[in-house]
Design a protein around this ligand. Sequence first.
Ligand SMILES: Cc1cc2nc3c(=O)[nH]c(=O)nc-3n(C[C@H](O)[C@H](O)[C@H](O)COP(=O)(O)OP(=O)(O)OC[C@H]3O[C@@H](n4cnc5c(N)ncnc54)[C@H](O)[C@@H]3O)c2cc1C
Length: 279
Amino acid sequence: MSGTNPDLASLGILAQDPGYNATLAARIDDTDTLARVWIKPTGTPTPFEPGQYVTIGVKVGEKWMQRPYSIASSARDLTGGYELYLRLVRGGAFTPLAFALPVGHGLRVLAPKGKFTLQPDDDRIHLFISSGTGIAPFVSMARTLLADGRPRRAIYLNGVSYVSDIGYAELLNGWSASGEYPATYVPSISRPNDPANAGWTGRTGRVETIIQSALKDLGVSPAGAVAYLCGNPEMIVAAEQELRAYGLPEEAIHKELYWPAGKQPTGATGATGASEPTE
Ligand SMILES: Cc1cc2nc3c(=O)[nH]c(=O)nc-3n(C[C@H](O)[C@H](O)[C@H](O)COP(=O)(O)OP(=O)(O)OC[C@H]3O[C@@H](n4cnc5c(N)ncnc54)[C@H](O)[C@@H]3O)c2cc1C
């Protein structure tokens, strides 16, 4: 939100703190509420496995305000820092602070963690199913597999509200067009009747509602597929049911929930801790 950068002091964000061990090295605002950011540790970045997340935070008075974010960059290239894909949650406790930070501002980053990682030597078709920014770990996975010279066939199903929210389209469609990575990107728009989506001719509906038809159209055999689900918890519950109905066994479905089902934004005076993922 480069155009609406509020006064950091009015938000109580400390400009400096001994606990800051990283800087916001770069950011690209894709929309008013979606940004790609690069967090660069001041020391040597800790390596990670694709699918893992880092917790980033700023100091507000005496408190750390922090949240976990999946890493979107390749695990084989740490030079630019950790690339993250953030949605601004209005009324949220942390994201309004994160979106106020200018490039160069200090932060604290905790070492990468998480078990939402790829299975070794799995040559099944990878179904990467996400809502919104839940696509981030799947971008890291494919980038890393590509860097390793061992790409795995992937189908990305991503549900968003607006056409302008379709993340990483240039990268993923570019891979398909060039053949550099065997990926198929199938975004779906949940509000087709909104004037902002006028002219959209692709799939519509929440992502879980397109799973069975998309897999059928793409000729995916349940026995030859493994699914990774990431993002909104209600989407994950519904998507898992659709995948089971399509014939995928439980062992072939992996999940990363971005927040506990039923939780609402905690507000600017809310919790300081990072919600732990449910895996
Ligand atoms: C392992 C893990 C990885 C994550 N990776 C990402 C990521 O790559 N990108 C990302 O944008 N977020 C990610 N999240 C969510 C992130 O940690 C925060 O929960 C989110 O940024 C909201 O923080 P907040 O303090 O502003 O909102 P809070 O005050 O904590 O309120 C959160 C509430 O806002 C609502 N909400 C609406 N949209 C979202 C959304 N996109 N994410 C979370 N809550 C939402 C939900 O009701 C949720 O309960 C991840 C969460 C986990 C557990």
